[in-house]
Design a protein around this ligand. Structure first.
Ligand code: SF4
Length: 165
Protein backbone atom coordinates (compact mmCIF):
# COMPACT_ATOMS: atom_id res chain seq x y z
CA UNK A 1 0.00 0.00 0.00
CA UNK A 2 1.45 3.41 -0.93
CA UNK A 3 1.77 6.02 1.79
CA UNK A 4 -0.80 8.21 0.03
CA UNK A 5 -3.35 5.40 0.51
CA UNK A 6 -2.89 5.24 4.27
CA UNK A 7 -5.52 7.36 6.01
CA UNK A 8 -3.83 9.69 8.51
CA UNK A 9 -6.19 9.09 11.39
CA UNK A 10 -6.15 7.62 14.87
CA UNK A 11 -7.91 4.41 15.87
CA UNK A 12 -11.16 6.36 16.34
CA UNK A 13 -10.89 7.67 12.78
CA UNK A 14 -10.14 11.20 13.93
CA UNK A 15 -7.90 13.03 11.44
CA UNK A 16 -4.33 13.66 12.56
CA UNK A 17 -3.58 17.34 12.02
CA UNK A 18 -0.54 17.91 14.26
CA UNK A 19 3.02 16.75 13.67
CA UNK A 20 5.85 17.08 16.17
CA UNK A 21 9.34 17.27 14.72
CA UNK A 22 12.34 16.62 16.95
CA UNK A 23 15.30 18.56 15.57
CA UNK A 24 17.93 17.42 18.08
CA UNK A 25 18.41 14.94 20.90
CA UNK A 26 20.66 17.34 22.86
CA UNK A 27 19.78 19.63 25.74
CA UNK A 28 21.83 21.89 28.02
CA UNK A 29 19.56 21.05 30.99
CA UNK A 30 19.68 17.78 32.89
CA UNK A 31 16.15 17.68 34.25
CA UNK A 32 16.04 14.91 36.77
CA UNK A 33 12.90 13.35 35.27
CA UNK A 34 14.12 13.54 31.63
CA UNK A 35 17.91 13.50 31.26
CA UNK A 36 19.28 12.58 34.67
CA UNK A 37 22.97 13.38 34.95
CA UNK A 38 23.79 9.82 36.05
CA UNK A 39 22.68 8.64 32.60
CA UNK A 40 23.27 11.70 30.40
CA UNK A 41 26.70 12.58 31.81
CA UNK A 42 29.85 13.78 30.05
CA UNK A 43 30.35 10.38 28.46
CA UNK A 44 26.87 10.07 27.02
CA UNK A 45 26.98 9.78 23.24
CA UNK A 46 24.34 11.85 21.47
CA UNK A 47 23.54 11.35 17.80
CA UNK A 48 26.35 12.46 15.51
CA UNK A 49 25.38 15.45 13.40
CA UNK A 50 25.45 13.45 10.16
CA UNK A 51 22.68 11.21 11.51
CA UNK A 52 20.28 14.10 12.09
CA UNK A 53 17.83 14.80 9.30
CA UNK A 54 18.87 17.91 7.38
CA UNK A 55 16.55 20.91 7.09
CA UNK A 56 15.83 19.84 3.52
CA UNK A 57 14.90 16.31 4.64
CA UNK A 58 12.70 17.61 7.47
CA UNK A 59 10.96 19.97 5.06
CA UNK A 60 10.38 17.18 2.59
CA UNK A 61 8.84 15.01 5.30
CA UNK A 62 6.66 17.86 6.54
CA UNK A 63 5.47 18.48 2.98
CA UNK A 64 4.52 14.81 2.63
CA UNK A 65 2.59 14.93 5.90
CA UNK A 66 0.91 18.17 4.83
CA UNK A 67 -0.27 16.29 1.76
CA UNK A 68 -1.85 13.73 4.12
CA UNK A 69 -3.73 16.37 6.08
CA UNK A 70 -1.29 17.70 8.69
CA UNK A 71 -1.91 21.40 9.34
CA UNK A 72 0.18 22.21 12.45
CA UNK A 73 3.85 21.62 13.10
CA UNK A 74 5.59 21.73 16.48
CA UNK A 75 9.38 21.77 16.76
CA UNK A 76 10.85 19.96 19.77
CA UNK A 77 14.06 18.29 20.93
CA UNK A 78 15.88 17.73 23.25
CA UNK A 79 16.13 21.49 23.23
CA UNK A 80 15.29 22.66 19.69
CA UNK A 81 17.04 26.03 20.01
CA UNK A 82 20.37 24.20 20.23
CA UNK A 83 19.94 23.33 16.55
CA UNK A 84 21.88 25.98 14.65
CA UNK A 85 19.94 28.32 12.34
CA UNK A 86 16.57 26.96 13.42
CA UNK A 87 14.93 30.08 11.99
CA UNK A 88 15.98 28.88 8.53
CA UNK A 89 14.08 25.64 9.07
CA UNK A 90 11.05 27.60 10.29
CA UNK A 91 11.12 29.68 7.11
CA UNK A 92 11.33 26.53 4.97
CA UNK A 93 8.40 24.93 6.82
CA UNK A 94 6.36 28.14 6.63
CA UNK A 95 6.55 27.89 2.86
CA UNK A 96 4.72 24.55 2.75
CA UNK A 97 1.20 24.84 1.39
CA UNK A 98 -1.46 23.82 3.89
CA UNK A 99 0.64 24.41 7.01
CA UNK A 100 -1.19 27.07 8.97
CA UNK A 101 0.68 26.98 12.26
CA UNK A 102 4.25 26.43 13.38
CA UNK A 103 4.98 26.20 17.10
CA UNK A 104 8.01 25.52 19.29
CA UNK A 105 8.48 23.84 22.66
CA UNK A 106 11.59 25.10 24.44
CA UNK A 107 13.21 25.34 27.86
CA UNK A 108 13.56 29.07 27.12
CA UNK A 109 17.26 29.34 27.89
CA UNK A 110 18.18 30.64 24.44
CA UNK A 111 14.84 32.13 23.45
CA UNK A 112 15.54 35.81 24.12
CA UNK A 113 18.37 35.93 21.59
CA UNK A 114 16.51 34.00 18.91
CA UNK A 115 12.88 35.06 19.25
CA UNK A 116 13.06 37.95 16.77
CA UNK A 117 14.51 35.83 13.98
CA UNK A 118 12.11 32.97 14.67
CA UNK A 119 9.08 35.26 14.60
CA UNK A 120 10.28 36.87 11.36
CA UNK A 121 10.71 33.40 9.84
CA UNK A 122 7.11 32.45 10.57
CA UNK A 123 7.02 30.93 14.05
CA UNK A 124 3.60 31.65 15.50
CA UNK A 125 3.55 30.05 18.96
CA UNK A 126 6.03 29.15 21.70
CA UNK A 127 5.54 26.90 24.70
CA UNK A 128 8.16 27.52 27.38
CA UNK A 129 8.56 24.60 29.77
CA UNK A 130 9.26 26.16 33.15
CA UNK A 131 8.99 23.73 36.04
CA UNK A 132 8.93 26.26 38.87
CA UNK A 133 9.12 30.00 39.60
CA UNK A 134 11.09 29.15 42.72
CA UNK A 135 14.80 29.42 41.93
CA UNK A 136 15.91 26.67 44.27
CA UNK A 137 13.28 24.24 42.98
CA UNK A 138 13.92 25.14 39.34
CA UNK A 139 17.69 24.73 39.65
CA UNK A 140 17.31 21.46 41.50
CA UNK A 141 15.10 20.17 38.70
CA UNK A 142 17.16 21.38 35.73
CA UNK A 143 20.42 20.32 37.47
CA UNK A 144 22.32 22.83 35.34
CA UNK A 145 22.45 25.77 37.73
CA UNK A 146 20.06 27.69 35.49
CA UNK A 147 18.06 30.37 37.37
CA UNK A 148 14.44 31.27 36.65
CA UNK A 149 15.35 34.87 35.73
CA UNK A 150 17.26 33.70 32.65
CA UNK A 151 14.11 32.06 31.31
CA UNK A 152 11.24 34.22 32.50
CA UNK A 153 10.85 37.82 33.60
CA UNK A 154 7.43 39.30 34.30
CA UNK A 155 6.72 41.97 31.70
CA UNK A 156 3.60 44.00 30.97
CA UNK A 157 4.21 43.73 27.23
CA UNK A 158 3.97 40.71 24.91
CA UNK A 159 7.50 39.48 24.12
CA UNK A 160 7.26 39.91 20.35
CA UNK A 161 5.04 41.63 17.83
CA UNK A 162 2.37 39.21 16.67
CA UNK A 163 2.83 36.91 19.67
CA UNK A 164 0.39 36.75 22.56
CA UNK A 165 0.95 35.36 26.03
S1 SF4 B 1 14.67 21.01 29.27
FE1 SF4 B 1 13.25 19.54 28.37
S2 SF4 B 1 14.48 18.27 26.98
FE2 SF4 B 1 15.88 19.36 28.34
S3 SF4 B 1 16.30 17.91 29.98
FE3 SF4 B 1 14.62 19.24 30.65
S4 SF4 B 1 12.74 18.18 30.07
FE4 SF4 B 1 14.43 17.22 28.96
Amino acid sequence: MAIADVPLADTLARPLRDLRISVTDRCQFRCTYCMPREVFGRDFVFLPREQLLTFEELTRLARLFAGLGVRKLRLTGGEPLLRRDLDKLVAMLAGIGGIGDIALTTNGALLAGKAQALAAAGLRRVTVSLDSLDDAVFMALNDAGFPVARVWRPSPRPPMRGWRR
